[in-house]
Design a protein around this ligand. Structure first.
Ligand SMILES: O=c1[nH]cnc2c1ncn2[C@H]1C[C@H](O)[C@@H](CO)O1
Ligand SMILES: [Zn+2]
Length: 377
């Protein structure tokens, strides 16, 4: 067991402890986290008749299995159904509100949720109306969570699709709505063949505006994608970044050698938004135990733990930590380390991040540790 805190037992946290531990989520797609029952109800309301099932359990299973293809391109096809029911103000509001509620119930205290506004225009909404509907949904979800005794703050990241050509427009949209619930920008979609430099004008615009962005890189394509995202585009964080492992050599004697890019990522404390289950599904990693997160954590990269798409991966933040606890024997200290890493890497102002760490995260973990000593009151 890897516990290092002097007061913490070297035992694995239980599922319930993991759920109650404060958690921070930086990489989660709004259109990848719908409740199956909601998809079915929204589809009926708008007359969408292409769902593979109208039974919630069967539909949930369908998403997980269809996303299990081993290819990012096929994984992404499953989003046709979720995006289809997120075309109206009501649909977007409901999905966003339930997202915040579900995360809060799972013990997430701060989340940055991303979605691509350009994919939600089919029923006539404008880009600004899409952002407003989602924002109102998040605020409603925060209120419902508070009423249920859970505290959460949710910010939005606006994603531009990398195969499309609207990234500058979406970057401008993100900038227009900053301080109004939008905390940054991202690009997503098929990675191979669509390098981040295609969207250089969007990134340069955001830098001139002193705004923040992350880039999906090093998931379905390797080091050149990560290198471009950092050194050409200037990404603040990397979505996945799991292929950075290709620039790290573990020698026979156990010693480790970092290439120039891996050393840069570690030296500059570039946050890696890792999503273990999603990586298994798209073929970016072969098992939890072999997932690069184990080595990267040992080497003190700025690693964070995320869900990517809770529906397609049948997961939650708690579940992702459970897998890591099982694979690497992590204790509460490790969970706190990942969580503080994530909070440090959030696109919130520095003083607010610090307050979350000192007033929510550290006391939350301290309370769990004291329960171990004194029992639950
Ligand atoms: O893991 C991913 N890699 C690249 N693109 C992704 C991933 N998960 C979701 N997306 C895409 C599909 C969604 O429709 C879009 C916006 O959330 O982002
Ligand atoms: Zn993603």
């Amino acid at each position: 067991m890897s516990s290092s805190h002097p007061n913490t037992p070297a035992v694995s946290p239980t599922v319930e402890q993991i759920r109650r531990a404060p958690k921070v989520l930086l990489h989660d797609h709004l259109d990848g986290g719908l409740r199956p029952a909601t998809i079915i109800e929204l589809a009926a309301a708008i007359g969408y008749d292409r769902l593979p099932s109208t039974d919630p359990d069967a539909l949930g299973t369908w998403f997980r299995e269809a996303a299990d293809s081993g290819s990012l391109e096929r994984y992404l096809e499953t989003f046709d159904h979720t995006v289809a029911v997120m075309q109206t103000r009501e649909g977007l509001f409901r999905v966003a509100a339930e997202c915040a509620e579900d995360l809060a119930a799972d013990g997430v205290v701060y989340a940055e949720i991303r979605y691509a506004p350009e994919q939600h225009l089919e029923a006539g909404l404008t880009l600004d109306q899409v952002v407003e509907a989602v924002d109102e949904g998040f605020r409603e979800g925060e209120r419902r969570a508070a009423a249920a005794g859970d505290r959460i703050r949710v910010g939005a990241l606006l994603t531009a699709m990398r195969h499309a050509a609207r990234s500058l427009e979406i970057a401008e949209l993100a900038n227009r709505h900053r301080d109004l619930g939008v905390v940054g920008f991202d690009i997503a979609g098929a990675e191979a063949g669509f390098p981040p430099t295609r969207h250089l004008d969007a990134f340069e615009y955001l830098k001139r505006e002193n705004n923040h962005f992350t880039i999906h890189a090093g998931e379905a394509f390797g080091l050149p994608s990560i290198w471009q995202a950092l050194q050409w585009c200037g990404a603040d964080r990397l979505g996945h970044g799991v292929r950075i492992i290709d620039d790290i050599t573990v020698k026979d004697d156990g010693g480790v050698e970092l290439g120039r890019l891996a050393a840069y990522v570690r030296d500059k404390r570039i946050p890696l938004e890792m999503c273990p289950t999603s990586n298994l599904q798209t073929g970016a990693a072969s098992s939890y135990a072999e997932h690069p997160i184990g080595l990267l954590r040992r080497l003190y990269f700025r690693v964070t733990v995320n869900t990517d798409n809770r529906l397609m991966s049948g997961t939650s933040t708690t579940r992702e930590f459970e897998h890591l606890v099982e694979a690497f024997g992590y204790g509460l200290d490790d969970l706190q380390w990942f969580t503080v890493n994530a909070m440090k890497s959030a696109f919130l102002p520095f003083d607010e991040r610090l307050a979350m760490i000192n007033e929510v995260i550290k006391p939350g973990y301290a309370a769990l540790r004291s329960e171990w000593l004194f029992g639950r009151s």
